[in-house]
Every structure is written in C-alpha cells, then in structure tokens.
Design a protein around this ligand. Structure first.
Ligand code: PLP
Length: 395
C-alpha cells in the first residue's frame, strides 16, 4: 500500500495511535521507525534556497519529540500535548501557568509528594502562595476551600497511594464558574482509561516515566490541553525554564508507547488476580484497589474510568517493624519507588512518617503499595504468599 498523505486519519483507537499515528512515513523516507533528530538547531532558509522548516531550536520544538506529543494528545483527546524532561517538569509548568505571587491554590492531600512540596514549600515561601489541602471526596469541601484569590484547583484522581477519586466534571464546573484553573495528574488512570479534558479540566499532566515509557529506562513527562494553553506553556514555561524532553528520550518514549495499551492490559490482568488473592488472605486487614467491588468510590470509578492498571495497596495485620520484614522477605517484588515498568515493586509508603504526617497526606499508617509487573501472576502470588507466611500477625 502506498503511503498516504493524510495517513494519520486511519488511526483511531489507542492501539492504532500508539503503533502508527504521527510517525509520518512520507516525511521520513518510509522509515518504519522514525529517526532521532539529535540536533540542537535548525538552519533557516534564505529567500532563494527553498528549504522549509518550522523548527528553530530544540529547546522550543523538535520533530522527534513531536511524534510522542502527537500520540499522547490523540489518546488524551486534546488539541495538543507538550513533552517534558520529567513528570515534575510538566507538573511545575502546568502549575506556573496559573499561579502568580499571592495566589491561593486548593490541592488534594493524597497527591504526589513532590507536587505537594512544590506548591506548599517552593511556591509557598518564594511566591507567597497560600494553599489549602482537601481530601477531595465531597464538593462541599472543595467549595469551602476556595478563597477570593484562588487561581488553581490541583487534582490527582485516582491518587497513587490510597486511590482517592474526585468528581472531576463537577469540580471543573465549580472552577470554571469562578474563573479558576484546573490541573489533574492523570498518571494512574493513564490516557487509556480516563480523559479529564472531556470533563472540563484545563490541563492534564502525566509522568511518562511510569506506564507510557514502561521500561524503567526514562524519566519523562507530558501535559495536554487546548491549543491556546499549549502555545502559552510552550513559549513561556517550557521555553524559558527549559524543561523540554530531549530527542533521544522522546524516541525511547515513542518506542515505549508502541506497546503501551498491551502492557497496561497485562499489568491490570496480574493486579486483578493478586488483588483477589490479597482480599481473601487472612493476614491482610484491608486492600485499596479501584477495580475491586469493595472500592469505596466505585460510583466515581464507573463514571470516569474504563480500565485499571497494575498498582494496588494494602494494610497487613502486622506491626510497622514486621511489615518491613514482610517487604524484605519478598524476593520477586523488589523494594523500590516508582511503578509502571515491567518489574514488580513493593514499598511501604508511610515509612519514616509520623502518624500526624501520614494523616496530613491522607495516607493510613502501614500502607504497603505493590506494582504488579509483567512476570507470571503465579510467580508473584507465590512470592507474596511465602513472605506473608513468615509475617507475625498483630490484629
Ligand atoms: C512519579 C510520579 C510523578 C513524577 O514524575 P517524574 O517523571 O518522576 O518527575 C508525578 N505524579 C505521579 C502520580 C507519579 O507517580
């Protein structure tokens, strides 16, 4: 088949988007894998040499980076996307798009730690930004938290520890009516299973270090929004703070995206089986897993999400010390931060926190989080099972 000029119109589903959209075979000599434009600058045409290029400098835009951006925008049903050198670079750029000195920000307490620290500590002390943390499960609480100078409501739904969800459509409505910006960290749901822009949210942020990259070999981020916001962030926060994703990282991200829908499906399949195993295990007090029938916010899950991933948390019936012993006794699940890669991981999210600190982060004591990797589910169950057998119970 010939390479069509408007080939991208053929690609409609997330699977199609990840395998082909934006690859621009016509432009890149039919190369099935697009090249890495590993150059800092693009020479400009003189009036008579006929060279046409839209690109100037790789800190502003690069063709390799744009391939990943086209795929992410299409999955997120956004007018545009921008890639960044990390999730935090995308998150801080999205926040700075809305926040000025003396602004007030409402944010969810169970959100990603460095995001909370950027808002409260960095913006708090250097820009005199004030903040109000909310649990985010009722609209009443959100409305009460809004001040006359509130410029941003920052959401993370589901969050990545206890998987709290917010009614994103209703919150977007409340914010819009008051001229307040909204940002959501959509990393957990992924663009495959939740599209917050369709519910009125202004900016969706992702860390691509997790499932999008999927191989634990890049730190990367992206944000999605309408064309106006994209243009503004591209030429303000991204161009001036300089946090664009580099071409080689972009190429690796595109490579990861090829199998993104397939991988997440397999992670979710493993997690579903392991959630059942843990739910029925006598040494487990409680599990946190949005895919389970006992998930407290099932109504919101059904309203906004269409699928699951490989991440879940639980509280073992054990002391803090014995919980750590259990974690160290796991051999396939390795002790480490992060998630979304091929490998299974386990971590105690409250280790080193006082009870008060854990409460402020909307996180119960002794919360253990696991990421179910792509290993055989039977291997994973056997690993957890042998470590739980050794664990001394404390009711
Ligand atoms: C990991 C993570 C981030 C930060 O992303 P980096 O790419 O590590 O900067 C942000 N939000 C969530 C929910 C995360 O899990």
């Amino acid at each position: 088949m010939a390479i069509l000029k408007d080939q991208d119109k053929l690609y409609k589903t997330n699977e199609d988007i990840c395998t082909h959209l934006g690859d621009d075979y016509a432009k890149f000599h039919g190369a099935i894998v697009p090249p890495i434009f590993q150059n800092s600058l693009f020479v400009k045409p003189t009036p008579n040499n006929g060279v046409v290029t839209d690109y100037v400098y790789t800190r502003v835009a690069n063709p390799t980076t744009e391939i990943a951006e086209k795929k992410i925008a299409a999955m997120e049903k956004a007018e545009g996307a921008l890639c960044f050198s990390s999730g935090m670079a995308a998150i801080t750029s999205a926040i700075l798009h809305f926040v000025r000195s003396d602004s007030h920000v409402v944010y969810v307490a169970s959100g990603y730690g460095p995001t909370r620290n950027f808002l409260t500590k960095y913006c708090g002390s250097r820009l005199n930004v004030s903040t109000t943390a909310v649990i985010g499960t009722t609209l009443d609480e959100i409305e009460k938290a809004i001040e006359p100078n509130t410029k941003l409501i920052y959401l993370e739904s589901p969050s990545s520890g206890v998987f709290r969800m917010q009614d994103i459509g209703a919150i977007a409505k409340i914010a819009k009516a008051r001229g307040i910006g909204t940002v959501i960290d959509n990393t957990y749901a992924t663009p495959l299973y939740q599209n917050p822009l369709l519910h009125g949210i202004d900016i969706v942020v992702h860390t691509a270090s997790k499932y999008m990259g999927g191989h634990s070999d890049i730190v990367a981020g992206a944000l999605c929004a309408n064309a106006e916001i994209i243009k503004s962030i591209q030429h303000n926060e991204r161009e001036w703070l300089g946090g664009i994703m580099d071409p080689h990282q972009s190429w690796l991200l595109t490579r990861g995206l090829r199998t993104f829908p397939l991988r997440v499906k397999q992670h979710a399949e493993n997690a579903k089986i392991i959630a059942k195993f843990l739910e029925n295990h006598p040494k487990i007090a409680k599990i946190y897993y949005p895919g389970s029938d006992t998930y407290e916010q099932k109504e919101l899950f059904d309203k906004y999400m269409t699928g699951m991933n490989g991440l879940l948390s639980f509280i073992p019936k054990a002391s803090a010390e014995e919980t750590m012993n259990f974690i160290y006794n796991c051999k396939v699940f390795q002790y480490g931060v992060g998630w979304g890669g091929f490998e299974s991981l386990i971590i105690n999210l409250t280790v080193g926190l006082t009870e008060e600190e854990a409460k402020n982060q909307d996180c119960p004591a002794n919360l253990v989080r696991i990421h179910c990797g792509l290993e055989d589910h039977q291997t994973l169950i056997e690993d957890l099972s042998q470590a739980l057998d050794k664990m001394k119970v404390q009711e």
